[in-house]
Design a protein. Sequence first.
Length: 151
Amino acid sequence: MEKTAFYTVKQIPPEETYPVRHPVLRTGLPLATCEFDGDDAPTTFHIGVYIEGKLAGVVTILENAHSRFDEERQFQLRGMAVLEEFQKQGLGQVLVREAEKEVERRGGYFMWMNARKVAVRFYEKLGYIIDGDEFIIETVGPHYVMCKKWK
């Protein structure tokens, strides 16, 4: 767990991600859509960032291979969300960096995600690159596969 004067970061159970995933990523859809395949897998972890004790943002990381990549151990970033009232404060960057640290602790050095088109610049600033063409996820919209390898 990391703690600063501004925020606290810790691993959380999957169901604690739903109150953040729902309004940010699944607006207007049933709460059940916040449960992702693999949320409960033993190799999956969820990170929450808290401001003054309130959960402000979440990210989920699954050990999951994408067929387009050759890396032996691949981790997928999913469910990245920061509540609107806490956006534009650097919390998304904190979540991604903490996820990368935990992936490295688990012996991995490669992450990929299906990034929403509107989030591409955010991930590019963190060193992720687009791999492939734009595609549509029904009910969610345009996405790109993005990835990053370190070490």
